[in-house]
Write a protein that binds this ligand. Structure first.
Ligand SMILES: [Ca+2]
Ligand SMILES: [Ca+2]
Length: 147
């Protein structure tokens, strides 16, 4: 069951303008803010995580099904298309997914059908409408920060 219509009814979304990003204040629990970068550029975990740090956060970590839906909704809402990279990776040990910023095991992995496939060595993870996909780091795309 999708909770998105409920989010919308409650008006928990607020879109604001930040240079280079589309930002969302998420008021459901605590004070979490998400930033979706506007430009498509080669994705690099260290570089993009540093940029997220500049915003006071880190590359997005998907903690549970709820946050998964939130981030899917955000990335599907912005114009311009993806892919949208997360802070999830298995670059240190193939098949062992962790969050780049804190190096902890990824908590929630809602993979797209037939993913992850590590096709030609894919170690970065992007989120889309049908779930997560491992993609090649360095692929042209956008990224999501959480604060
Ligand atoms: Ca991999
Ligand atoms: Ca893949």
């Amino acid at each position: 069951m999708s909770l998105l219509p409920i989010f919308l009814l409650l008006g928990v979304w607020m879109v604001a303008s930040v240079q280079g990003y589309v930002s969302y204040d998420y008021k459901w629990s605590g004070a979490t803010k998400y930033y979706v970068s506007r430009e498509h550029e080669p994705f690099n975990l260290a570089k993009m995580n540093d940029r997220c740090k500049g915003l006071g956060g880190y590359l997005v970590q998907i903690d549970d099904i709820h946050e998964n839906q939130v981030v899917q909704f955000l990335t599907n809402s912005v114009s311009g298309g993806g892919p949208f990279f997360t802070g999830i990776t298995d670059e240190e040990s193939e098949g062992r997914y962790y969050t780049y910023n804190d190096k902890k095991a990824a908590k929630f992995l809602d993979w797209r059908w037939f993913q992850p496939d590590n096709w030609w060595d894919e170690d970065c993870v992007e989120i889309g409408y049908y779930g997560l996909n491992d993609a090649k780091c360095g692929t042209n795309g956008r990224y999501v920060c959480e604060v």
